[in-house]
Design a protein around this ligand. Structure first.
Ligand SMILES: Nc1ncnc2c1ncn2[C@@H]1O[C@H](COP(=O)(O)OP(=O)(O)OP(=O)(O)O)[C@@H](O)[C@H]1O
Length: 367
């Protein structure tokens, strides 16, 4: 899917510090219209701060923001939050407990005549599928129902963009997936431009048209879910988006030589430099001994849908982890052969963090 149409929201060099602490550093980003953009990153990387700055409840120390080409934040300009046509949906939904669902929905419509408020509340309640809840109070609603009311309240004033901070994290696993699917289909049906903050890579892959992966107040990588997952720009991005086995190797003439094989590597490195292969668990498969790289099964963990298998390959210091969706008959301790699927192997210049990603000597696995 292309996300290259003119941006709805343009952020240019946005920065924010609290005291000495730089929380956002030079964030430049284009949010496409009518699409769902996920701000993804670990706790403290600045996602919520960026969302607050876009909403206007916080001001950046530097940079500009344009909405549909018009500057709303800049060195000499600051459009107040209420004039930005931005909807905000909070993690805890922040419904008013003393107001009925209808009154919650009407809250952002107070500038309209009463009849227009009623029409709009009925319209949005019908669209989000909560018309039957309209006279209830928040405390009598399930988590999923509260989420839908919060979504309807945020959409009622017809915002130009909807900002959602971890909107599904208060729901338990089973409900979360259903509510997420429903919410997304609503947002897509009405062509909403939305920014969703999440720390969960699976959620970002499932919901985002565009993923913006943040790290320490900067953008580490942005792209479609397939781009980010299939072509991570750094070991950090590869490992954030899903488990990886790290293998250090030596770069030579467009290839990286590791103890378990040599892989193509389009890297701008001198021959002899250390390089890193990040191998997804699904890139590995095992068969009977004698048909590939010699290995040994060290542990098997049955996980229902798949089986996690740790295998040791001489001379690696750490075991490699693989996931198998078919039953593996080999027992722990048995010798096996390891096969590799090159498409799931990502190569990078070495980041000095070694095989376990925690900063051991990278040479220990290849000497
Ligand atoms: N008003 C503030 N004063 C001082 N520090 C702040 C303030 N707001 C945020 N921070 C700090 O800025 C950093 C980024 O916070 P932010 O809430 O944006 O992160 P986040 O990525 O949304 O994290 P989480 O996923 O945990 O919500 C954190 O270290 C936080 O402590």
């Amino acid at each position: 899917m292309s996300v290259s149409q003119p941006a709805f929201l343009d952020l240019e060099g946005v920065s924010r510090r609290f005291g000495d602490r730089v929380v956002l550093s030079d964030v430049t980003l284009a949010i496409p219209p009518g699409r769902i953009t996920c701000l993804l990153g670990e706790s403290g990387c600045g996602k919520s701060t960026l969302l607050r700055i876009i909403s206007g409840v916080d001001r950046p120390d530097g940079g500009r923001i344009r909405m549909s080409g018009t500057e709303i934040v800049g060195p000499d300009r600051f459009v107040q939050p209420e004039s930005r046509r931005i909807g905000f949906m909070f993690q805890d939904y922040a419904l008013f407990p003393h107001l009925s669902v209808a009154e919650n929905l009407a809250f952002g419509l107070r500038h309209l005549p009463k009849a227009a408020q009623r029409d709009r509340v009925a319209e949005v309640a019908g669209r989000i599928g909560i018309a039957h809840l309209i006279d209830r109070y928040p405390h009598s609603l399930s988590g999923g129902e509260q989420q839908r009311v919060a979504l309807a309240r945020a959409l009622a004033p017809q915002p130009a963009i909807l900002l959602m901070d971890e909107p599904f994290s208060n729901l338990d696993q089973g409900l979360r997936e259903r509510v997420r699917r429903e919410t997304l289909s609503t947002l897509r049906r009405i062509g909403t431009t939305a920014i969703i903050v999440t720390h969960d890579p699976q959620e970002a892959l499932a919901v985002g048209d565009l993923i913006v992966l943040m790290r320490g107040g900067r953008i580490e990588q942005m792209g479609t879910p397939f781009e980010i997952y299939d072509r991570p720009a750094s070991p950090y991005a590869a490992e954030f988006m899903g488990p990886c086995n790290r293998l250090t190797g030596i770069f030579s003439r467009g290839r990286i030589e590791t103890p378990i094989g040599t892989f193509p590597a389009d890297l701008d490195l001198p021959d002899g430099a250390l390089a890193l292969a990040c191998i997804r668990p699904q890139a590995l498969s095992i068969g009977p001994d004698g048909h590939g790289i010699s290995a040994r099964v060290m542990a098997k963990t049955f996980m229902g849908e798949s089986e996690q298998i740790d295998i040791m390959v001489h001379p690696l210091a750490e075991t490699l982890r693989m996931h198998s969706h078919v039953r593996i008959p080999m027992a722990v301790g048995e010798k096996v052969s390891l096969q590799l699927n090159g498409a799931e192997i990502h190569v990078f210049a070495d980041d000095g963090l070694g095989a376990n990603g925690r900063g051991t000597n990278p040479r220990e696995t290849i000497d």
